[in-house]
Write a protein that binds this ligand. Structure first.
Ligand SMILES: Cc1cc2nc3c(=O)[nH]c(=O)nc-3n(C[C@H](O)[C@H](O)[C@H](O)COP(=O)(O)OP(=O)(O)OC[C@H]3O[C@@H](n4cnc5c(N)ncnc54)[C@H](O)[C@@H]3O)c2cc1C
Length: 448
């Protein structure tokens, strides 16, 4: 096993994960003050709110992600690896190269030493142990998943168009099942429905009428984070466009071409998309830290995002000690007693807090240095916005007396988010140009 250490006199900041949290930190930390190493199996960071739009061809896939390596920050050190475990006493991360197509590399292990560590490995999709989901469903986490949605959809349309395909079989092939009625599932439904109603009816006039979209959720409502008036509105609008909205639906298993619903039985599908929430990544099981064991397992931190040690049940210590120079961010972590949702909004605000405090720590001298990390992290809640298709959206109210709003202005607020989420100015300009071109000439779907 080899050990990699910082080669400069600057403190070595190691970040685990290149998602919203880790990437924001790596992009904004002062590289003249810190020697920064980002460890992740992915060399890009996905703009997850843009994935559904990219999947249906509203803009090119490359606009929905950002490469970790960039010419403007070539001092940032990137290691394409998975962290297997962390030794908080020796201050090292045990890593293995992450190359799915070259598994023999996974036998190699190496250590990376840190002075400061930020743990941001995110979460993975939760299948709730439903048999067949891992094998047959598509999860939407990265651009490669969005590409798979687009390819699968077009393959199904071509299979359904074959002269040898019966109308009955075409209907089965063109049944798109979306599992999970939260914002991700609903936005996928909305974008796919728009695509079917607009572009596909022109490209596939003979078979477009066979496309059906079902949205399944075990809960009694879709968009259950919104108040009753808004989730009822979303349900009625989707139903009016012939989307099969099926709450109170328990999917028991999935096989190659059908899902099995409790009390209903076999329902054939052509493509199944799974968006039912998060579970912890394997690293969370290995680290010697305090974990929230209820529901989603998350690393617990104090209000300065410092990671708590695992409580020692053999002694009378309170378990409130934190590990030296270890912080955590994003979906994988939560502040003890102040639980926040697993969203990009929360991940970025926490990453911004660390950037400000790490940069203050580096630039301050003497007593000024002690002002870094003096104030706790505070979260500023943004409004919850979801697209429900057909240029319509829902926006949650700001408090009990604010009913929120719906309609075209809600859609515009959601759509403008595509520009706010994307942090690259060049990509923003290309997105605006693509929207204008789509409006005049239709989307680029036919070319994909
Ligand atoms: C389709 C979709 C749409 C969404 N839309 C919105 C939205 O509109 N608004 C919003 O606020 N939120 C949205 N979210 C949620 C948001 O994407 C997450 O909250 C956010 O990605 C969390 O950021 P993160 O950095 O904690 O984790 P992630 O972005 O998941 O990144 C984690 C990173 O860590 C890496 N990693 C994992 N394990 C290891 C390991 N052992 N070693 C090294 N690296 C590791 C992963 O490969 C990944 O690069 C959406 C999510 C999805 C999937």
């Amino acid at each position: 096993m080899t050990t990699t250490q910082s080669q400069t006199s600057k403190p070595h900041l190691v970040i685990i994960g290149s998602g919203w949290a880790g990437f924001y930190l790596a992009e904004n930390i002062n590289l003249s003050s810190y020697n920064v190493t980002l460890i992740s199996p992915r060399r890009t960071s996905a703009y997850t709110p843009l994935l559904a739009s990219a999947a249906v061809g509203l803009f090119n896939f490359y606009l929905a992600e950002e490469p970790v390596r960039s010419a403007s920050r070539c001092d940032l050190n990137f290691v394409k690896a998975n962290v297997l475990s962390i030794d908080f006493t020796d201050k090292t991360c045990q890593c293995t190269p992450a190359f799915e197509e070259d598994p023999k590399l996974e036998k190699i292990q190496f250590d990376i030493a840190y002075d400061y560590l930020v743990i941001a490995p995110g979460c993975m999709p939760n299948t709730f142990g439903t048999p067949g989901v891992d094998e047959y469903a598509i999860f939407i986490k990265n651009v490669s998943d969005a590409m798979r949605v687009r390819k699968t959809l077009f393959d199904l349309l071509e299979k359904a168009s074959l002269p040898c395909t019966s109308a009955e079989r075409a209907k089965e092939l063109l049944h798109i099942a979306i599992v999970g009625g939260g914002p991700t599932g609903i936005e996928l439904t909305a974008e796919l429905d728009d695509l079917c109603q607009n572009e596909l009816s022109k490209l596939y006039p003979r078979i477009a009428k066979y496309v059906t979209i079902s949205i399944y959720d075990v809960a009694p409502h879709i968009l259950s984070a919104y108040d009753a008036k808004l989730h009822d509105y979303a349900t009625s609008q989707l139903k009016a466009r012939n989307v099969d909205v099926a709450p109170n639906t328990h999917i028991e298993r999935v096989d190659e071409d059908a899902l099995y619903i409790k009390d209903k039985g076999r329902v054939p599908y052509g493509m199944i998309l799974w968006a039912t929430g998060n579970k912890n990544v394997p690293l969370i099981e290995t680290v010697d830290v305090k974990i929230n064991e209820k529901g989603l397992k998350r690393i617990l931190m104090d209000d300065k995002l410092r990671v708590f040690k695992k409580p020692d049940t053999t002694t009378s210590t309170s378990g409130s000690d934190v590990w030296d120079s270890v912080f955590s961010l994003g979906d994988a972590a939560d502040i003890e007693g102040q639980s926040l949702p697993t969203t990009a909004e929360v991940a970025v605000q926490k990453a911004r807090y660390l950037v400000e405090n790490f940069n203050a720590l580096a630039s301050a001298t003497g007593t000024a240095a002690t002002s870094a990390f003096a104030k706790p992290f505070t979260y500023s809640q943004k409004q919850l916005v979801s697209y429900i298709g057909h240029h319509d959206g829902v926006i949650a109210g700001k408090g009990p007396n604010d009913p929120g709003w719906t309609g075209r202005s809600a859609w515009l607020a959601w759509r403008s988010g595509s520009l706010i989420w994307n942090r690259n100015w060049r990509s923003r300009v290309v997105i605006v140009i693509t929207w204008a071109l789509n409006r005049v000439f239709g989307t680029e779907m036919a070319r994909m």
